[in-house]
Design a protein around this ligand. Sequence first.
Ligand SMILES: [Zn+2]
Length: 293
Amino acid sequence: MKWEYDKKVDTLIERIKWADAILVGAAAGMSASCGFNFFYQNDSYFQKYLGEFHKKYRYTGAFNGFYYRYPSSEARWAFLARVCYMEYECETGKSYFDLMELLKGKNYHIMTTNQDFQFTRVVPEEKLSAIQGDSRYYQCSRRCHDEIFYNKDMVYAMNAAIDKNLCIPTDMIPHCPQCGAELEPWVRGYTFLEGEKYRDEYRKINEFLEQNKNSRILFLELGVGRMTPMFIQQPFWNMTYSLPQAYYITINPKDALLPGELEGKGTAIKEDIAVILKRAVEKRKKSGAGDEE
Ligand SMILES: [Zn+2]
């Protein structure tokens, strides 16, 4: 690794040690750094789980599968079941374990726009806010009521029932128990339900900020792209600017930006997230600094 990055890894380690509170904001780049590129590319996961869909419908990347106009609900639900099955079956990315190792013993909260629920494997739900939804749940497509439905059993059953035409049986299409409309994945989109669970995700963030806003607080941003800066990046910039003892670190191989106003209150690390987190864990282990808490 280049020396300039190694120095920045030291800054990351020092600031984690320095902080009384750490708010992590993680986006798509976090999962991409683990090698999960199936949302946008024809990677090995996409080929393994969605290769048949690619052959039939010609789209590449699971993201395009969500927007494809399927000939029937039976065909659409076959895709929705398969893509969610893939997320359940996918192993947990190494960067997630490295991040948790770095946060061990610290007072932290994690917010994420990722819907792939990777964080739920390594973080207790009380310390996690999924602000753009969570693929493990379905909601009513008409938003007729506030309930969301844990879908693992439905997903596995639907996936197992996909036939050679890439359809599921009509009677397996999940419907709202209240109004009878089809359910929808509980993820940001035209019909996204901002109900009780959504509000609870923000409650957790707000409580954490309220408790820690005047202490030494580190805003650690991981892999936020230029598409949706309003959910994590801009709030992190604003809070770092206005809170008395705040510091901001962004790790992003493409879009690591430090606004001029935050000069002296932040560091931008333009490097692969997996590489930086792994290096930080190794360096801290070597120096024994991770064992002090
Ligand atoms: Zn309904």
